[in-house]
Design a protein around this ligand. Structure first.
Ligand SMILES: C[S@@+](CC[C@H](N)C(=O)[O-])C[C@H]1O[C@@H](n2cnc3c(N)ncnc32)[C@H](O)[C@@H]1O
Length: 282
């Protein structure tokens, strides 16, 4: 089959399930993955004969897209902060608002900040983007999921940075291996009751353990990490959190109770309360 015919077959099978521009964008991404053709190549080489094996791979991708599996999982990769990341169903797909958090951290880091810790690293996106952009800093990262840590380690190699990954259940510990200058976390923060507002492809495919918390204790990660940070943050160090847009007031109150100061709330690109920075002072 030619690329031209494959494109018609692909679009026909996804018609009505996605907007046509999205279907076209999926097609170009899959051609790039399986044939290593750029968008321009794809348009210019429309009479190129696609092998049986590649056609089969497109049929498999179609089947997954018809079930609304996120394109990032179908491709097995995504981009975060301009860097390539492998993603699997064991890892959350990194979100653009988390790129904004990384930006904020980079702006706030100075030469005195030498040791960083990312708690709940998932694909390793925050830790790796920071290691890449702050080469003088020693970056460590933790997650409860062994499978996620495996992907994160591959991503560190892929991006040519060193990150010290370790497996830890942050809720079940009262110690950290050392003190840090910056502690960051984008922990699970979506309340179970918010599930009905979420898209089906997130609910059906992304790891629930990375997203959801019980409605009666939605800040358990924030509370635990703030308590740990009180003992493991160096003087003048920073604690950064990504937060649930509906719970900013509650997170601020929690941090005040734990004696954090200079608490700063920041909105994301969509104007939603999305991240917090604070310190313990000197
Ligand atoms: C919202 S995801 C964030 C992933 C990644 N940092 C990002 O920004 O895309 C939360 C992460 O916390 C991890 N996690 C959940 N419970 C945990 C626990 N008790 N201890 C450590 N990590 C945990 C999940 O496996 C998941 O990777």
């Amino acid at each position: 089959m030619t690329i031209e015919k494959l494109k018609i077959y692909f679009a026909h099978n996804l018609e009505g399930l996605y907007p046509s521009e999205e279907i076209e964008s999926f097609f170009f991404l899959l051609v790039e993955k399986h044939l290593n053709f750029s968008k321009v190549d794809t348009v210019l080489k429309k009479q190129y004969e696609v092998s049986e094996r590649i056609t089969q791979q497109f049929t498999e991708a179609l089947n997954r897209l018809q079930h609304f599996e996120p394109i990032q999982y179908v491709l097995g990769k995504t981009e975060f902060y301009g860097l390539p990341f492998k993603v699997t169903p064991a890892t959350l797909i990194p979100r653009p608002e988390t790129e904004e958090l990384v930006d904020w951290i980079i702006v706030n880091c100075n030469k005195n900040h030498r040791a960083l810790l990312d708690i709940g690293t998932g694909s390793g996106c925050i830790a790796i983007a920071l290691a890449k952009n702050l080469p003088a800093v020693k970056v460590s990262a933790m997650d409860i999921s062994e499978e996620a840590l495996k992907v994160a380690s591959e991503n560190a190699i892929y991006n040519k940075v060193t990150v010290n990954f370790s497996k830890k259940d942050i809720l079940g510990t009262s110690t950290l291996p050392q003190k840090y200058d910056v502690i960051i976390s984008n922990p699970p923060y979506v309340r179970n009751s918010e599930k009905e507002m979420m898209q089906k492809n997130v609910l059906d495919f992304e790891p629930a353990s990375a997203l959801f918390v019980e409605d009666d204790n939605p800040l358990l990660f924030y509370s635990k990490i703030a308590k740990l940070a009180k003992n493991y943050l160096n003087p003048n160090g920073f604690l950064f959190f990504e937060i649930n847009e509906y719970l900013s007031k509650e997170v601020i109150q929690l941090l005040e109770r734990e004696s954090f100061s200079e608490i700063e709330l920041k909105q994301d690109f969509f104007g939603k309360d999305r991240m917090i920075k604070c310190t313990l002072g000197e």
